[in-house]
Write a protein that binds this ligand. Structure first.
Ligand code: CP
Ligand code: NVA
Length: 313
């Protein structure tokens, strides 16, 4: 496969910024890189390139999959903890961006404020990849779409139900699902609905691409005849102090045996991880035959290699 150079230099901050055709191409490249890796063939398309990875929040999957992904593409991953960077002592992001861009070929950032990532991208003239903000988690959803397509053979027309907090995962799933022509239903309690601007963008995406987006309150209605059931933690990183209150607010917003009975017989279960068994998902469902959760986690590696290869090669 000869990789397109059309994406070189672009940022990967929101799935809303990419067309359905472009996202399909990312998924095709992800499948190709996965097959090459499984066959033991090397794909050193990023030889001599360095990716800086700024982490202002914890990570297992994102850090390790980006590091290993860069290594497998022949490049070098540089882990930059905000505890050690001057940004943690107040150096402005505008300055950090311009300095790091002189050394690096690409940057990945995981942080709290989405605006900080936008500012980093504005000031750095190298590709900037969003490794999670409070608002969005697009790399995760690219891997999720790859996983759904592997299991179902298609994305268009499938119903995906997300049960829980209207958080970064809900937002990126709405964007990605709607772009790919899926029917995305978010079921969240009052006070925890997705951001209105994100819903508006996703509705535009759905309209242009034959998808549908709904935001409702009833988790049982949401899972009815769904092809994909998705959930995420009730308290995200940075919301630890609200955890007890959230346990009360989210009672009933759980993927469990009852959800599986209402969904399609061949529905798959996804979770971005880390999971809190007994809260948003039961142990039985996570470990059951319909769980695609660990294939989904593996696809972080393959989907992100596609992003790195297309933006940086
Ligand atoms: N799903 C995900 O992004 O996991 P980490 O927080 O471990 O990176
Ligand atoms: N919503 C979760 C996702 C973790 C991958 C969080 O932001 O903590």
């Amino acid at each position: 496969m000869i990789l397109s150079s059309d994406f070189k230099g672009r940022d990967f901050i929101s799935l809303h910024d990419y067309t359905k055709e472009e996202l399909t191409y990312f998924l095709d490249v992800a499948d190709y890189l996965k097959a090459e890796q499984k066959a033991g063939r090397e794909t050193p398309v990023l030889a001599k390139k360095t990716l800086g990875m700024i982490f202002q929040k914890s990570s297992t999957r994102t850090r390790v999959s980006f590091e290993v992904g860069m290594y497998q593409l022949g490049g070098y991953p540089l882990f930059l903890s905000s505890n050690d960077l001057q940004i943690g002592r107040g150096e402005p992001v505008e300055d950090t961006a311009r300095v790091l861009a002189r050394f690096l070929d690409g940057m990945m950032i995981r942080t709290f404020s989405h605006d900080e990532v936008l500012k980093l991208a504005q000031y750095a003239d190298i590709p900037v990849i969003n490794g999670l903000t409070d608002l969005q988690h697009p790399c995760q959803v690219l891997a999720d779409l790859q996983t759904i397509r592997e299991y179902k053979g298609r994305l268009e027309g499938l119903k995906m139900a997300f049960i829980g907090d209207g958080n970064n995962m809900a937002h990126s799933l709405m964007h990605g699902g709607a772009k790919m022509g899926m029917h995305v239903v978010i079921a969240s309690p009052e006070g925890y609905k997705p951001d209105e601007e994100m819903v508006k963008e996703a509705m535009e995406d759905a309209k242009e691409n034959g998808g549908k987006v709904e935001v409702i309150s009833d988790p049982l209605e949401a899972v009815q005849d769904a092809d994909v059931l998705y959930t995420d933690v009730w308290a995200s990183m940075g919301q630890e102090e609200e955890a007890a209150e959230r346990v009360r607010s989210f009672a009933g917003y759980q993927i469990n045996g009852k959800s599986l009975q209402l969904a399609k017989k061949d529905a798959i279960i996804l979770h971005c991880l880390p999971a809190h068994r007994g809260e948003e998902i039961t142990h039985e469902v996570m470990e059951g035959p319909q769980s695609a959760i660990f294939d989904e986690a593996e696809n972080r590696l393959h989907a992100q290699k596609a992003i790195l290869a297309l933006l940086m090669a």
